[in-house]
Design a protein around this ligand. Structure first.
Ligand code: SF4
Length: 318
């Protein structure tokens, strides 16, 4: 089980990171993928228009990346109200101090300012557990920065099961470190930094973005030797142009390769890499996404209703 917050367009970093992993998982396992609109509200409650506009676009990106709605259950978090009900029930047994000590809580308060210190934001890790527990997911791909969230969720499951008897599945994380995809400015690609290459862009826009990328600042003239290890254009070649990497690396170091040519080759390789994804995206009927999401929610709700019934029975609710 995994999910993404619909807070804007998806980019190359999502494609070679989480989405490629989702596609791999869905080849061998039963998979649930959630558009986490309620999670998005915890930090973007003043921009709910962006959330609404991003839901369908994000699902189009997922399917274009290869996530197959026939094999995976794809749904919107708020379309499965059992998640919210489970959240309420579990909130009765979770000490506030457990939530306050989740490291990302304090970090985000500092990063995003006091306005984010809402009741909903405090409960964010519990809602994450509910996303997982409601579909009885046993495996969750997590990055290192999310291990604390998962451990918190496992503690909540253990507490619930010891209070009311074995009811909820304790999820296991599979540690997944995605390659850091540098953005056009050399920092990690992120929509908040405005340095992305978006899945939904066309080739002309992508090429322009690659042309604007920073390079090694010490390689001023074409024949100056460069340092590929600090150059985001070289990192791009490492992702989309693997066979030519050894030659480009050697030629950059000796000064035989100029940045203009290197970027042009990078843009061409990127266009080739993105071609099947973009063709698939263009062939999709956006209206069909609504059907996929309706079917996904209906399927998820069957499992969710059974889990919720078990939880209520365990808690002896009438
Ligand atoms: S030649 Fe390529 S890898 Fe080397 S500094 Fe220029 S853009 Fe970067």
């Amino acid at each position: 089980m995994s999910g993404m917050r619909p807070t804007g367009r998806l980019h190359l970093g999502h494609l070679v990171g989480a989405l490629s992993q989702w596609v791999e998982f869905s080849k061998t396992d039963e998979t649930f993928f959630e558009v986490a609109d309620l999670h998005a509200l915890t930090t973007a409650f003043e921009h709910s228009d962006v959330i609404a506009a991003s839901v369908r676009e994000n699902v189009l990106d997922w399917i274009a990346a290869g996530v197959d709605p026939e094999r995976s259950t794809i749904y919107v978090q708020s379309h499965v109200p059992e998640i919210s009900e489970l959240h309420l029930l579990l909130s009765m047994v979770v000490p506030v101090s457990w939530l306050q000590r989740v490291p990302t809580f304090k970090d985000q308060i500092v990063a995003l300012g006091g306005d984010i210190a809402t009741y909903g934001f405090l409960g964010y890790p519990l809602m994450q557990l509910c996303d997982i527990a409601i579909v009885r997911a046993d495996t969750v791909p997590v990055g290192k920065d999310q291990l604390a969230h998962l451990e918190f969720g496992r503690e909540v499951v253990r507490r619930f099961n010891s209070l009311y008897g074995p009811t909820l599945v304790e999820p296991q994380g599979t540690l997944s470190e995605f390659p850091d995809v540098p953005g056009t400015d050399g920092r990690k690609m992120s929509k908040s930094l405005g340095n992305t290459i978006d899945i939904a862009d066309d080739d002309a826009t992508t090429t322009k973005r690659v042309r604007s990328m920073i390079t090694d600042p010490l390689k001023v003239r074409r024949n100056d030797p460069g340092r590929p290890e600090i150059c985001p254009v070289f990192a791009l070649h490492n992702i989309v142009n693997v066979p030519r990497v050894p030659a480009f690396e050697a030629e950059c170091r000796t000064g035989a390769l100029g940045c203009v040519y290197c970027k042009r080759a990078g843009a061409a390789a990127l266009a080739h890499f993105m071609q099947p994804v973009r063709e698939r995206r263009a062939s999709l009927d956006p209206a069909a996404v609504d059907t996929i999401l309706a079917e996904g929610a209906a399927k998820a709700r069957i499992v969710a209703a059974a889990t919720l019934a078990d939880v209520k029975a365990a808690m002896r609710l009438p």
